[in-house]
Design a protein around this ligand. Structure first.
Ligand SMILES: Cc1cc2nc3c(=O)[nH]c(=O)nc-3n(C[C@H](O)[C@H](O)[C@H](O)COP(=O)(O)OP(=O)(O)OC[C@H]3O[C@@H](n4cnc5c(N)ncnc54)[C@H](O)[C@@H]3O)c2cc1C
Length: 562
């Protein structure tokens, strides 16, 4: 009799392969994310950043490398951890990150994604940065939060020139220094933002944090802040722009994590949030226990002052969500080119072509609007029209693009089938990230109300909006009808707040359609207009009407590996 542990005598069929692995896809990796994105390259050229082409080519090679994409996965798998005290009991408020997170931060900062338009403000600077951000976010989104906040802090800080002179060189330096040490010891620093409190996030005027002047008080002067902040992302930033109440109302402050004497400023991190997405980025709850801070800008004008920062973060939300869509689309296109079912590759199945082409239209429209707004940022100082566009279309675009992303992420996941749901694919991460941009930095309704506010306070924004659409007048009957209907809707003030989403959605679609008619191939623009403006839109992706040139749309959008 054969011993139970003696397998030598077993017939070889028991050790045979169970099956051959065929008809499966492969990683979308080791590709040049920029070179393989035709629409993005065209946009960079068109919107004034052709000079950045060579840099973006190199950057796209980096962000699409298998080894680099792996950093994104690692930074989300190994979550940040908070240590409130050291082993001796001293308060340290230290958040530890995986090395992959630091690598992503370092790349972003050394490539100037946190500062290039401020340090090198040439024509196309915002466009080039947005394109770089679009690429880097595709590798990983969470680290983008402190990168964006650091970038966005500059316009608010400039309202207080003495503070700006002291801080801006370190904020804009291309040096990432994650050490938990006072600012004086650092060449490069990062900046966060603390507005939201338990009782009020959108309605920041409900903030109860109090600021007490240490001396005479006023702009640029030192205060002590007492209160709580319910959401503070990236709590390892070196300083934060914070809202707090003074005798004259809500005011804006710059609060460093360390006092000038080298002691810890009592901004204490209570715990990290348990987030469903945006996992690599630590978000915290904090208490300010007499933390020193310096007033930024006019007292009592805190919202007005910090809104300079918020406008920039909202712009980055548009870019970030567009990037999320592009990655989801790229993954879906790549998979469907490598997987067959019922005798044909998925990308050849007519119904899948409809889905993929529809996802591609959404992605391109989002990117085109985002980069058009980047040019508006570049030109706003010299052009009233561009300035008005920034005021109106940042809110419109933030609302629309960020809101379109979760459905897009889910539908792209479904293109993969069951394996798209698995944690070792990129889709769970893309999906969990997808609602975040829509909610923070002013949730959907808040954006719509901001559009109404802009139209009421500066009616010229409405004219700028219609002026921007004028070049495509008469080119597409669906768009012409939409523009006429919008003009009527906007003229009718009754019930405007109730109708705000309806109006803003149509503004976004009209702008995207008009831009695509101007800049994209006819097969993209025509399919976009026919599917989004004919009033019979489907609730789901994949219902493009007859005649859409789906193969051409797919071909344009598909990234090739190698
Ligand atoms: C991952 C993450 C990180 C964050 N990091 C930070 C941070 O670093 N710093 C910071 O300050 N904040 C941060 N926030 C907070 C975020 O900005 C707020 O959650 C957001 O502004 C909404 O505020 P709230 O949560 O208090 O919701 P609420 O203000 O209570 O809003 C709830 C809902 O009501 C809607 N609503 C509000 N007012 C109106 C109205 N008048 N009419 C119709 N609808 C309305 C909103 O659109 C929203 O849908 C973060 C949030 C998240 C999710």
């Amino acid at each position: 009799m054969t011993a139970l542990n003696d397998t030598r005598a077993l017939p070889s069929r028991y050790l045979a392969e169970t099956h051959e692995v065929v008809n499966v896809s492969c990683e979308l990796a080791d590709y040049n994310m920029y070179a393989q994105d035709t629409a993005l390259r065209e946009a960079v050229q068109r919107e004034g950043a052709a000079w950045a082409n060579a840099d973006l080519q190199r950057f796209g090679q980096l962000t699409g490398a298998a080894e680099y994409l792996e950093q994104g996965a690692l930074a989300n798998k190994h979550l940040p951890e908070l240590e409130t005290h050291d082993r001796f009991g001293n308060r340290i408020d230290l958040v530890k990150f995986h090395p992959a997170y630091h690598r992503l931060m370092d790349t972003a900062i050394t490539h100037g994604l946190h500062s290039s338009p401020w340090t090198d403000p040439r024509p196309g600077a915002h466009v080039a940065r947005a394109a770089g951000n679009y690429l880097h976010t595709q590798a990983e989104a969470g680290h983008g939060c402190p990168i964006t906040m650091t970038f966005a802090a500059i316009p608010t800080l400039r309202l207080q020139p003495d503070l700006a002179a002291q801080w801006a060189p370190k904020i804009t330096a291309r040096v990432y220094d994650p050490r938990n040490v006072p600012v004086a010891q650092k060449v490069g620093v990062t900046i966060g933002m603390a507005m939201t409190e338990k009782q009020g996030g959108s309605d920041v005027r409900a903030n109860t944090t109090q600021a007490y002047p240490v001396g005479q008080g006023g702009p640029g002067q030192m205060y002590e802040l007492v209160g709580h902040k319910y959401f503070v992302s990236a709590p390892m930033c070196d300083a934060f722009l914070v809202l707090a109440q003074t005798a004259k109302g809500l005011s804006c402050f710059l609060l460093p994590r360390w006092r000038p004497d080298g002691s810890k400023n009592p901004m204490q991190v209570l715990r990290l949030k348990k987030k469903m997405g945006n996992a690599s980025n630590a978000s915290s709850e904090t208490e300010l226990r007499g933390a020193l801070a310096w007033m930024v800008g006019e007292e009592g004008r805190g919202v007005r002052n910090i809104i300079e920062m918020v406008a920039m973060t909202r712009f980055d939300c548009m870019v970030g969500s567009s990037a999320g869509m592009r990655m989801a689309l790229s993954q879906a296109l790549h998979h469907c080119a490598h997987r067959s079912a019922f005798g044909k590759r998925l990308v050849e199945q007519p119904l899948m072509q409809n889905v993929l082409a529809d996802l591609a239209l959404e992605s391109e429209a989002a990117m085109v609007l985002s980069l058009r707004m980047a040019r508006a940022l570049d030109e706003r100082a010299d052009s009233r029209h561009e300035d008005l566009l920034v005021r109106l279309m940042t809110a419109v675009g933030k609302y629309w693009i960020c809101k379109r992303t979760p459905q897009h992420a889910y539908e792209a996941m479904e293109c993969i089938g069951g394996s798209g749901v698995m944690e070792d694919s990129m889709f769970p991460r893309l999906f969990r990230e997808s609602p975040v941009n829509a909610i923070w930095e002013g949730s959907g309704n808040v954006q719509c109300l901001d559009v109404l506010r802009a139209m009421a306070k500066e009616p010229e924004v409405v004219q700028a909006f219609f002026d921007e659409l004028r070049p495509t007048q008469g080119q597409n009957p669906h768009l012409d009808a939409q523009v006429r209907a919008l003009a009527q809707e906007i003229k009718e003030p009754a019930g405007m707040e109730y109708r705000a989403r309806h109006v803003v959605e149509r503004m976004a679609l009209a702008m995207q359609a008009s831009l695509l008619l101007r800049v994209a191939p006819d097969f993209v623009a025509d399919a976009f207009c026919a599917s989004r403006l004919d009033g019979q839109g489907s609730f789901h992706y994949g219902a493009l009407p007859r005649g859409a040139q789906v193969q051409a749309i797919i071909e344009r959008a598909t990234p090739r590996v190698g």
